[in-house]
Design a protein around this ligand. Sequence first.
Ligand SMILES: Cc1cc2nc3c(=O)[nH]c(=O)nc-3n(C[C@H](O)[C@H](O)[C@H](O)COP(=O)(O)OP(=O)(O)OC[C@H]3O[C@@H](n4cnc5c(N)ncnc54)[C@H](O)[C@@H]3O)c2cc1C
Length: 401
Amino acid sequence: MAVGQSSAHVGATKGFTYTTFTAAEEALKQEVRQFLRTELPIGSYRPCLGMSAVHDGEFTRKMAARGWVGMSVPTRYGGPARSAVDRFIVVEEMLQAGAPIGAHWVADRQSAPTIMRFGTDEQREKFLPAIARGEMWFSIGMSEPDAGSDLAAVRTTATRTDGGWLLNGTKIWTSNAMQNHWFIVLCRTSPNEGDRHEGLSQFLVELHGTPGLQINPIAFLDGTYHFNEVVLTDVFVPDEQVLGEIGRGWSQVNSELAYERAGPDRFLSVYATFEQLLREKLAGGELDARSYDVFGRITARYWALRNLSFSISRTIDQGGAPAVEASIVKDLGTSFEQEMIALLHDLWDDEEPSQEATTLGNRLLAACILTGPSFTIRGGTNEILRTVANKGLAAWHGVSR
Ligand SMILES: Cc1cc2nc3c(=O)[nH]c(=O)nc-3n(C[C@H](O)[C@H](O)[C@H](O)COP(=O)(O)OP(=O)(O)OC[C@H]3O[C@@H](n4cnc5c(N)ncnc54)[C@H](O)[C@@H]3O)c2cc1C
């Protein structure tokens, strides 16, 4: 189907296909908006910056009661078995509102689908219902001090022992490890000989009360605390906590990264700030020509990115694996977020943004300025995403690079 045509029912394709909500999807959007009006009336809370949201277990449980946590989890594992588009709708509304979705964010986005895809039946029974109830929260255990973009360079090892594995190494930038319950740890299980992508494996590890596991806080630029270093010293992990196949960690982790990169979280981090600043400008009377220009340009870019991201969700529901498209949207989305922070900062000449500013808009803008640089790093840097997109596009066209 050509770009520009509208349909909710197109065949899985490569690239982006314009799509619209069905009546049921539109009804879900209205239900989420109503929930937000009741639970988070504008002015009653400080909006969060997209997925870097505060942990609020009560809010997470309220969402779970509606079937909006662990959305991909099948009903036989206690989940709502919702489509990727349904998840897109809930996530878009929550992020636009700056809702406190931090507790379940990683579990909903990537841990649940990864466990569903690679886990044993026992693991699915143990983790998925608890995730869908909003009671089990996950972190990501991929990065290390010398392994970020080059993830295959991980040096944390898992060595065989009676009934399980002994993990040794250091994970870093582990967001919210101090509050979450479990993390999925990428380790080397056999020596790095020849192909570095061989010999990697994933393990489910409990973050609290596990002997040999130590969580050390790392302060973030804006003074908040969510980053950690997690040191593993002879941490015993029983065989029941091996996720997927020993030695197949590289392909598993890449499928997990595809879940991590595909969604509207990659262009909505600044949205609630943008809306608050617009609200404050409008409260001061008519917008001047410069403000019209800035807000108009940002709105148009939002609309374009949102339709690209929405199209990815539709493709996933149709059985596609849009990893290339997800990389492109993440690169475009996070670059746009940084550009818009600069545009908004430039527009604000009445008061310099700061954490102590008199208006909420300026306090939020200060937080965006401080955290914005991380947008193009987390989840894979833009240089790496461009490489993924480039290789994928070359493969589509049968070109070897
Ligand atoms: C806010 C935030 C939250 C995070 N949360 C987590 C988490 O919960 N769990 C987790 O495991 N990790 C997490 N990370 C880590 C994140 O995944 C890594 O920071 C990221 O993958 C980059 O790795 P690095 O920091 O080691 O940088 P490096 O890989 O050292 O990159 C440094 C620079 O070199 C460039 N570069 C590197 N290789 C290439 C190449 N081949 N070609 C071109 N340029 C290249 C990069 O683009 C970058 O600009 C988080 C990061 C941030 C910022």
